[in-house]
Design a protein around this ligand. Structure first.
Ligand code: KG4
Ligand code: ZN
Length: 364
């Protein structure tokens, strides 16, 4: 019953969000899709750092170990009991299948035990709704153009209403965050590459190297694998004279000693950010957007924020840093609009490891 928490005549809707699509076990309670009441994120970063990327089996196991305590703490921190929740929103995809299953199965068990409705959420839609948690006082007016840039995705969307997405373009190969991570590894920086490249770039010259501005065409698609290859050519040498059949480690390209990692990082970051800004700004003008929203892990990047603000000619909204990377508050916020639209999922709901964000995000 929502009525028992009504303040005056205004209903208060509490959604519990659960997120386990990649390497964060997260749970959060959000009020009315905009106010974070509690937000718990258990990061597995240390677990995966030594592998230079996310190790799927380890991720699922760590989710299993953490999820119970994370969800209970989120509900406890909110000062509520499970009976006071209105619905349970959980990431259904896209993501790692084993990781998604841990969160979805836990959410199903909770829905069954508490009798609360279950809402399966698209993780990308969650990133979009991190923007609704930022400055609730400044209403977002549709249409908006949304750039989602994370470790697994680079998507450019036109959003004309809640749950109303048109995909304008996306990456044809590496995601923006993936390019940051691969170039970071190439330069010998710790995982994840994004924040470490940003830090290295602060002391570098962005015009020291002329890396290609990928896909300068009329489409709204991106391509970053050529940029990554260009960085590799410039910054590394393949050892010569190594016999065929030598151990793989002997044949891998080595970082040149006569280059500045700071300059390479700054020039790479500038090339990648320029491609994102050019196409996002062009799409925003073409579709009459009121503002540009940027979400996902790479939206933490200050060079991206600054260039977009300087060149797009429109207001640019980004999440606070702690909501750029994966969290469950964004899943709860997305769940609120779905709940308000009367959508509910059954307990036989399955994960969707591949799930582009289009209008069928609202499918039952
Ligand atoms: O959204 P997210 O936490 O996970 C996915 O859904 O993929 O994004 C993680 C990605 C990583 O590739 C990481 O390198 C990148 O976001 N990232 C950054 C920055 N902080 C995180 N990339 C560039 N600059 C940053 N400051
Ligand atoms: Zn994400």
């Amino acid at each position: 019953m929502r009525g028992d928490r009504q303040k005056g005549s205004i209903p208060m809707t509490y959604i519990l969000g659960i997120e386990t699509s990649c390497d964060e076990t997260a749970a959060s309670v959000v009020l009315d899709g905009k106010t974070i009441v509690s937000n718990i994120v258990a990061s597995q970063l240390d677990l995966h750092a030594k592998y230079g990327g996310v190790f799927p089996e380890l991720a699922s196991r760590a989710h299993v170990e953490a999820i119970g305590a994370v969800v209970e703490q989120a509900v406890r921190d909110a000062g509520l009991g499970f009976d006071k929740l209105d619905a349970i929103a959980v990431t259904r995809g896209p993501g790692l299948v084993g990781s998604l299953l841990v969160g979805l199965n836990y959410a199903k068990g909770l829905a069954l035990a508490t009798g609360k409705p279950l809402l399966g959420i698209n993780h990308l839609e969650g990133h979009v709704y991190s923007l609704w948690l930022t400055e609730p006082s400044r209403e977002i007016k549709f249409p908006v153009v949304v750039l989602i840039v994370s470790g697994g995705h680079t998507e450019l969307l036109l959003m004309e209403g809640h749950g109303d997405y048109r995909r304008l373009g996306g990456t044809l190969d590496d995601a923006a965050g993936e390019a940051f991570d691969k170039v970071g590894r190439l330069l010998g920086l710790p995982f994840p590459g994004g924040p470490n490249i940003e830090r290295a770039a602060q002391m570098g010259n962005a015009i020291a190297y002329k890396f290609p501005r990928a896909k300068r065409d009329e489409s709204y698609d991106f391509s970053f694998s050529g940029l990554k290859t260009a960085v590799m050519r410039e910054a590394t040498v393949t050892p010569v004279g190594v016999e065929a059949g030598a151990r793989r480690a002997d044949r891998t390209p080595k970082l040149r000693t006569d280059i500045s990692i700071h300059d390479v990082a700054a020039s790479f970051q500038d090339a990648l950010v320029s491609a994102l800004v050019d196409k996002t700004a062009r799409a925003a003008k073409a579709y009459g957007a009121t503002e540009i929203l940027i979400a996902g892990g790479v939206s933490a990047n200050q060079a991206l924020r600054q260039k977009m603000r300087a060149e797009a000619g429109l207001p640019v909204r980004c999440p606070p840093l702690h909501l750029c990377t994966d969290n469950a508050a964004m899943i709860a916020a997305a769940g609120f609009y779905r709940f308000e639209a009367g959508l509910r999922n059954e307990l036989d709901l399955d994960v969707k490891p591949m799930w582009p964000l289009t209008n069928d995000a609202y499918e039952r």
